[in-house]
Design a protein around this ligand. Structure first.
Ligand SMILES: [Zn+2]
Length: 388
């Protein structure tokens, strides 16, 4: 039987709708309409005072990483699937109905993706990158994606596609988690990065590039990746010390999305060294000046960044970036769906799309903190967090 949510304020992924009712049928949104147009046989739920919005996206997570562990994951550790199942359930109950997994070593997240898709487990729809390409001894080499030539890179992409990945991830710069790599240093020369993107696109796989340093950001933009992860503008003087306006213009002109991985813990930048905060804000105002599109992300799985905490991260994202609440919400819903290539199935409240929905008390555009306590969540029509 259909379910109609009545007397509800609807934020459809881009703005408030004139309608005040939504009917769900099976896994899909059947209609967005006025309450008096509800189908006669529908089960009706009164949602007075509540706002319905699309389920949220976290565009950068690592399902296999344990946020409570502060060390490089042991490649021989036992199967992490039981913990990953718990993480997926907590995420979807928090309102995260789609997540992009940007790296794992053993393919456990690919198996999890299938078990969620089949309905056996509850969790967000997962888009998985498998083993990221990295240089020899490079960032996250322990995941098994080391490549030392264009030939090896092509072989690795073929391997990942055969395993069924949804996209390709490349480590364009060093990272924080891997000893011996430097976030400021590029890991691949331009011809190699170009060849990686060309090969992935030939296989219809978008490319997400991990980029802290500005040289790597520039190289990734020139190569035409689809999303730039972190985009930290790291230079000789640390985080955000090397913002380059010409590179930001290049990112914008190529339609590349930036996934800034701002977690709840970034509050430390707001409360900490004000000189660093000024550098970060200068980079943000530059990027925003070029109208770069952003997709909300947290890098969940790294130490102290929990998989279900995207809703708590979004107010911090707004405070760091200077974006309005509405812009931040868009980057976590319709904008993310556009950027991740899934707007034909989710990311908005519109007839025919999957019923990936979240109900909150109050108005999230006025106050993003309302997202932290959802009143109800549906994932593909299933009430994973039922309304009391
Ligand atoms: Zn990451």
């Amino acid at each position: 039987m259909a379910t109609t949510l009545r007397n509800v304020r609807i934020w459809d992924g881009e703005g408030f709708a004139a309608a005040d009712a939504v009917t769900l049928e099976g896994e899909r949104i059947a209609a967005v309409h006025c309450a008096d147009e509800a189908p006669e046989v529908a089960h009706c739920i009164d949602c007075s005072g509540l706002t319905l919005l699309p389920g949220l996206f976290d565009a950068h997570v690592h399902m296999e990483l344990n946020p409570d562990e502060n060390q490089t994951p042991d490649p021989k550790r036992p199967d992490q699937t039981p913990l990953m199942i718990e993480r997926a359930a907590a995420m979807v109950r928090a309102g995260i109905t789609t997540a992009r997994d940007l790296g794992g070593g053993r393919g456990w997240e690919l198996a999890l993706r299938e078990r969620i898709a089949s309905g056996e487990l509850t969790g967000p729809r997962l888009l998985c990158a498998g083993q990221p390409l990295t240089s020899t001894g490079g960032h996250c080499h322990f995941w098994g994606g080391q490549v030392d030539s264009i030939e090896a890179a092509r072989d690795h992409i073929e391997d990942q596609c055969a395993r069924g990945v949804d996209l390709i991830k490349v480590m364009a710069t060093g990272g924080v988690m891997t000893a011996g790599t430097k976030p400021s240093s590029a890991q691949f020369d331009q011809p190699t990065l170009d060849a990686i993107v060309e090969q992935a696109h030939a296989r219809q796989r978008p490319v997400a590039a991990h980029c802290h340093g500005s040289d790597g950001i520039r190289a990734a933009a020139l190569a035409g990746v689809d999303t730039i992860e972190h985009c930290s503008w790291v230079g000789q003087h640390g985080w955000a010390s090397d913002y380059r306006d010409t590179v930001a213009a290049l990112i914008a002109s190529r339609g590349i999305r930036v996934s800034p991985t701002i977690s709840r813990g970034w509050r430390r930048f707001l409360d900490g060294d004000q000189a660093r905060l000024r550098l970060i804000r200068t980079a943000w105002s530059g990027m925003r000046g070029h109208n770069i599109a952003f997709v909300a992300s947290t890098d969940a799985g790294i130490p102290d960044v929990y998989h279900h905490h995207l809703p708590q991260a979004l107010p911090v994202f707004a405070a760091i970036s200077g974006m309005s609440n509405k812009e931040v919400l868009t980057s976590a819903t319709s904008g993310a769906a556009d950027g991740l290539g899934v707007s034909h199935i989710t990311g908005r409240i519109a007839p025919g799309l999957y019923a990936d929905l979240m109900l909150v008390d109050g108005d999230p555009c006025a106050d993003l903190s309302t997202l932290a306590q959802p009143a109800a969540v549906w994932a593909r029509g299933r009430d994973v967090l039922p309304l009391d």
